[in-house]
Design a protein around this ligand. Sequence first.
Ligand SMILES: Nc1nc2c(ncn2[C@@H]2O[C@H](COP(=O)(O)OP(=O)(O)O)[C@@H](O)[C@H]2O)c(=O)[nH]1
Ligand SMILES: [Mg+2]
Length: 310
Amino acid sequence: MKLEMPVNTQRIALWGAPGSGKSWLANALGRSLMNFRQDDPDFSYELREYSDEKFAPFVTPIAPPIYQPTNDLADFMWLFRRKAKQKTFAHNISSNTHILHIYDINGLESVRLTDRVKQNYTDVQLILLTLDPVMLNKDGKKTVNKEVGNSDGQTGSNEHSIMTRELYLLSIKRLLDYIGETNNKHPLIAVCVTKQDLWKEDIPAEMAIKHWFGQQMFDLFIQYSGEFKIKTFIMTSCGWLDDDARKPNYNKITGKLLNVSQWKPRGVINPFFWFLDNREREMLLPKKNLFRSFLERNPLRHFISYPTVD
Ligand SMILES: Nc1nc2c(ncn2[C@@H]2O[C@H](COP(=O)(O)OP(=O)(O)O)[C@@H](O)[C@H]2O)c(=O)[nH]1
Ligand SMILES: [Mg+2]
């Protein structure tokens, strides 16, 4: 099937340490949308695989996460659509279709910002930073993972990751400085604090950065928020079990889900909805011709926000 509706391509890059949950997050988005509010009275939501200007005729059931490390620069495209169920002006302007072109980048190279991957962070509209408190190397002990130099690491069992608070701070600052210098139009920055199912404490999103990554990291995001639009989200790509709401749907030994049929990621949709909300509002901004936009209905006032999903 050829595409006939207007689409906007949104380039999205993932940044984060090996094993911090980048690939799972990308996969969990598909699953979350499948689980998400098909009974919504205003809109339906669709996500399809997309290639060669064609999209899969059926909503593709997105498989559980792939467990392989991302060695190369993997990129893939999804067609996302929010489709109105009602025929009002507001619903009409709030119905859009996007191609989400996602760049899943090797963890070590992203943290080091090597020349090979640098390019992927310029000219994107959204960067998802995955910050993983579970794998944080709290006391700076040497890493026990011998392969850490050349792969994305099977990190579930790796007790001392390379990522210390200092390294997070340094590498995120380097990334934001680089983008600040090279892009004239800055991407949105979604700070994704991952693996919430494994946290021992209940930490709200506003506190997560300070709590896990320290005051300096918190201050860094404040400092850059003049230049970038930055927002923090907390999430789990595997979620909890239905029958035991406190038990992660996660097998620590195998690094897989315990129960695929109960797979319910939590919080994963929010950075994407935040991003699309911003993009669509931007697209509705009044045109240069002030007189015309005065005569026309200001669509921005009618735009229906994307929901926050808990
Ligand atoms: N418990 C839990 N484990 C996760 C979550 N996300 C990822 N993992 C685990 O961390 C490993 C690395 O995740 P992955 O997405 O491959 O990390 P990447 O290297 O950043 O792409 C996975 O194989 C899982 O075992 C999560 O939300 N909760
Ligand atoms: Mg990966």
